[in-house]
Write a protein that binds this ligand. Sequence first.
Ligand code: OOB
Length: 532
Amino acid sequence: MTRPLTLTGVVPYPPAAAARYRAAGYWTDETLDDLLRSAVADAPGATAVVDAVRTLSYAELDDWVTRVACGLRARGLGRGDRVVVQLPNRAELVVVLFALFRLGAVPVLALPAHRRSEIEHFSRHTRAVAIVTCATHAGFDHAALATEVAALVPGLRVVLAEDLPEADGDVPPGAADASDVAFLQLSGGSTGRPKLIPRTHADYLYSVRESARICGLTDRSVLLAVLPAVHNFPMSSPGFLGVVHARGTLVLSADASPAATFRLVAEHGVTIVPAVPPLLLSWLNSPDRPAADLSSLELVQVGGAPLARTVAARVQPELGCRLQQVFGMAEGLVCYTRDDDDEQTVLTTQGRPISADDEVLVVDDDDRPVPPGAPGHLLVRGPYTIRGYYREPEHDARAFTVDGFYRTGDVVVARGDGALTVVGRAKDQINRGGEKIAPQEVEEHLLTHPAVHDVSVVAEPDEVLGERVLAYVVARGGHAEPRPVELRRHLAARGLATYKVPDVFRLVVALPGTGVGKVDRTRLAAAGESTW
Ligand code: OOB
């Protein structure tokens, strides 16, 4: 047996809880590397991964993973090393992740949309030894970005997907222990810099196995990932890891347009596809939809942001398949509506938790349980929910209760049978079509502009995205008024991911105060008309 590796800055599960989760069979000795190895042993010839340019069987995937693992090992990468991975949806993403798991290294899962601000932070904060990225994607020069960050962060090496190091050889199983941190995933966050979430092999695989079962994955399942595959949803709910668990097929697309989606569904007989609400809307309203052959589709999963009932009701009649609502978070808890739920439940709730041992509390502002059916703050603790972020003790003190419940920041109503409906949000976060944005992070960047005196970033309702990013800006005396185009340019120059750049700027004379030095966000809308 491999000895557990302790990564500094990770809050472990309390030993008694860990023992319980093991005794219940939730946590096993399996690692994410073992997951691939057993799929290859079972179904070497089955199609594992399809992307725009290639199709790989499980045996071919595994061979490539081994070659890349050997190549990376020859470059000095090994167990516990953090490696920032920033790749769009293509086969190399899956290859690199499994190669790192095979070495017991720890991928840091960045989104293709991240820019210097985020990538530099992840690299520094995790003391990463390498970044794996691609040359260009969607018109952006990722290689240049990685090179720029490598010049700022000592010891960070750049590896390109187009030029992956490969070598002959073998990597024996057992490089990692199941209790090791498998990877660091991105949190939506609400304050300051994005937080990283340490997930262990054992806790994550439990959620993957159960998700695959709940969603009915089999070796005939074909899952289409158009959402960035490193998001928790397309990764493990049941996502591409669930596909490997079931020996099914993963279709990866970096093009999320309805036309590309419909073509891939028809071409590969896609059976299941995870989507955020705006993506679903784009399919439903696409002029290409009536002519598309979607007959293979069995299940459309929708989550990441609130789904309007009217939109939910269109899935079965217009796409000809079942809808599943998914309410989850990279920190852990995932809820699903089930196969045998009645229509009302599927249309109006976000389902119930994966595990009988997910401890769900719905509480008031003083952490006292609310009566059943009343809205309250959702707190959760369980076999696949973290006990702390990576190297964020101060933030943990606010984000977790003393007995280890995660404060989700979501306001929910719980039904007697455990089904949850998300009715609001108490955290300072913007949910822009499923992408999470911390207003404070955007505010801090805007405040560095010389013509900005003060700023407040808030969510504004948007018909398609659900919410968009709105920045109230107070100009600084003695400076020319900052114009939106200039502020956008400033944020881009600071390397902020584009999805966080405010959609709308409003110039106001002052921000309403709460009297304790804080901005009163509830009175912002009345702060005065924009002068732009
Ligand atoms: C998923 O994960 P994250 O980490 O990007 O975001 C989590 C947050 C939740 O706390 C909640 O505020 C919101 O996203 N959310 C939903 C929702 N699903 C997530 N709000 C309303 N309705 C839903 N169905 O977004 C995620 C992770 C795993 C599976 C699915 C989504």
